[in-house]
Design a protein around this ligand. Structure first.
Ligand SMILES: [Fe+2]
Length: 253
């Protein structure tokens, strides 16, 4: 039986786009996806150089909501991010898009769990790396944590990772919703925390992978000779043992 904390729902997805796409993306969401102004959950600005005016770094749109037996938690939300740093200032968002020679890149999917602490513990015990501790917002109705990126040793970081969140629809949160406090669904304050952490990683040239290279390599050596349909439950048990062993050694270091 799968524990309840491993029953994930997509909470939101974050898309990086080149500046040339940003305003058109906004118009596409408003006009084609039909997002009314009040479903624009936030729009975050920053003035990089004093006197040069603000730039829009990110906005989030709720493109769907309110069906099923738990309408308060069923939302389809996209966050859109563009690089706004001046040309002479580093930007991990620009680096990722330019290195892929692409206009748009899905950066992360945020998955909601019923028990983030339980999932976090489970993931750590399996050797998963996170780039932040569990972050808690001020009013304590959202906690979140961000994983390392998905890439094998020796390859460029993919720019793709997971966020895991837990939202508690407490009476307080529900009241906030009734008051149409849209930001309570998707806070922009934690955005900057993640943004600067990713920026640090890319500036250092040390992007944390989802699994450590040694663990990844060991698993790949063990599984690499097989077709995916040939991987048995017994093989997976051995992989799990490798993960737990690796995680155990890491915590003792
Ligand atoms: Fe996110």
């Amino acid at each position: 039986m799968r524990p309840d904390f491993l029953n994930f729902h997509v909470d939101h997805m974050t898309l990086l786009v080149q500046p040339q796409m940003y305003n058109v993306a906004y118009a596409i969401f408003r006009l084609i996806f039909g997002v009314p102004k009040e479903e624009l959950l936030y729009e975050k600005r920053k003035e990089w150089v004093k006197g040069q005016g603000e730039e829009s770094m990110t906005f989030a749109v709720r493109i769907g909501s309110g069906v099923g037996n738990n309408p308060n938690l069923i939302n389809t939300i996209f966050a859109i991010v563009q690089p706004t740093e001046p040309k002479d200032v580093g930007s991990h968002v620009r680096d990722i898009l330019d290195s892929k020679r692409t206009a748009a890149h899905w950066q992360h999917v945020a998955l909601r769990t019923s028990d983030l602490m339980a999932f976090h513990q489970h993931a750590l015990q399996h050797g998963v790396n996170f780039i932040t501790p569990i972050l808690k917002d001020e009013s304590e109705d959202l906690i979140q944590v961000f994983s390392g990126e998905w890439f094998p040793p020796g390859m460029q970081p993919s720019g793709l990772f997971f966020e895991f969140v837990q939202r508690n629809p407490t009476p307080d949160l529900l009241r906030k919703l009734e008051e149409r406090n849209r930001e309570s669904w998707f806070r922009d304050k934690t955005f900057l925390g993640l943004y600067s952490e990713k920026e640090n990683e890319y500036r250092r040239g040390q992007v944390k992978p989802f699994l450590d290279p040694e663990l990844f390599t060991a698993m790949n050596e063990f599984l690499g000779g097989k077709k995916v349909w040939e991987i048995t439950d017994e093989d997976l048990k051995k992989c799990q043992a490798m993960m737990k062993q690796h995680a155990h050694c890491q915590t003792r270091k």
